[in-house]
Design a binder for this molecule. Structure first.
Ligand SMILES: Cc1ncc(COP(=O)(O)O)c(C=O)c1O
Length: 364
């Protein structure tokens, strides 16, 4: 039999071998210490900061989707901090795309620069040049919220160890390690878990030493995922391909609707043939994701749109089964216009969503 496709693999990823009378996915293991006598290193589990069977199952599952090892953390930002603080030391240089998730830039300014790390923020066209001589290249593709698409293979080929924040794409749509990056980073808070009910994050890598360094950091710093959140995320994994497929279809349909209107500007969706990132996205992604961004002209109009929409929940974050959107400038921190909206398409029926978006825009 040929190797099953990713949509098949997610259904059973990380499940134990079938055992008579046992559940498909064993329940979460809640334990601080485990029973332990004698040598702690020989024990299957000793203390949850050192490891937990519920994490191990989920890590095996998400790692297998990238043919890599995965190290799970309590949130996407905990995974970001683990990478930045283990890879960089005083005197190091990190180059970041200036449109990467603002939490990453805030962390870099608050905790890297004061420790003597040079942080070079570069816009898309200058990123390759700014990576010259750096110790680490950090990029996010497609970026949140502006949906810039970077040529991962070309940038990673420059020889600087590269991290790709893969959160907006996820492993079913994009494989950063296959494209040459040393690390993939995913906030599993978003599409991976997909139900707007937990925070988690993980790093993928193929070099055992790098993986061990991240596990050591997790144990030392204590950025530990909760077993219940981990179990919920694993519980949601079998539907990932279905959710992503429906979300991508809905995102494309909404992007087309928006692009056809003359009262909406700057529609960005890598799946639109006219999008500046489309050609690269077509080469390196197998789908274009669930996030669409656009500008309705003013903060007031954006707020009216969000209030009028019934099937689009005004909330931050993305990747849930519920279609959500927000006026991104309300947070500050991103170089976006006041009327800029980031919309995350969920799993509702396409026709219902289109009708709702159209009606809310007409009324706004
Ligand atoms: C691209 C990206 N990376 C990382 C994060 C951080 O993830 P978390 O909120 O799980 O800490 C986010 C959160 O929005 C994000 O959008």
């Amino acid at each position: 039999m040929s190797e099953p496709g990713p949509g098949t693999r997610v259904v059973r990823a990380g499940l134990p071998e079938p055992e008579q009378g046992e559940p498909f996915l064993p329940g979460p293991v809640f334990a601080a210490p485990f029973h332990l006598s004698g040598d702690p290193h020989a024990a299957p589990a000793a203390y949850t900061r050192y490891g937990n069977p519920t994490w191990a199952r989920y890590e095996e599952a998400v790692g297998s989707l990238e043919s890599a090892e995965a190290v799970l953390f309590s949130s996407g930002m905990a995974a970001v901090a683990a990478l930045l603080l283990t890879l960089l030391k005083p005197g190091s240089v990190v180059t970041m795309d200036s449109g990467c998730y603002h939490g990453v830039r805030v962390l870099a300014a608050a905790h890297l620069e004061p420790r003597g790390v040079e942080v070079r923020l570069a816009p898309p066209v200058e990123l390759a040049e700014a990576a010259e001589g750096a110790d680490l290249l950090w990029l996010e593709s497609p970026s949140n919220p502006e949906l810039e698409v970077y040529d991962i293979a070309a940038l990673a080929a420059r020889g600087v160890p590269t991290v790709v924040d893969n959160t907006t794409a996820g492993p079913l749509l994009q494989q950063p390690l296959d494209l040459g990056a040393q690390y993939g980073l995913t906030s599993a808070t978003k599409t991976m878990s997909g139900h707007a009910d937990l925070l988690l994050g993980y790093v993928t890598a193929r070099d055992p030493e790098r993986v061990q360094a991240l596990r050591d950091w997790r144990r030392q710093a204590g950025a530990l995922p909760g077993p219940f959140e981990t179990w919920l995320a694993h519980r949601s994994l079998p539907t990932l391909a279905l959710r992503v497929e429906r979300g991508c279809d809905n995102a494309l349909a909404i992007a087309r609707l928006l692009a056809a209107r003359d009262d909406v500007e700057g529609v960005r969706y890598p799946g639109l043939p006219g999008d500046p990132g489309h050609d690269i996205a077509r080469r390196q992604m197998s789908g274009y994701g669930v996030v669409v961004s656009f500008d309705v002209g003013s903060a007031e109009r954006a707020e009216r749109f969000l209030t009028a929409a019934r099937l689009v929940t005004d909330a931050t974050s993305f990747g849930s089964v519920h279609t959500c959107a927000e006026r991104r400038a309300r947070w500050g921190g991103d170089a976006v216009p006041e009327g800029f909206i980031r919309l995350s398409a969920g799993s509702e029926e396409t026709a219902d969503l289109l009708a709702d978006v159209e009606r809310a825009l007409d009324g706004a």
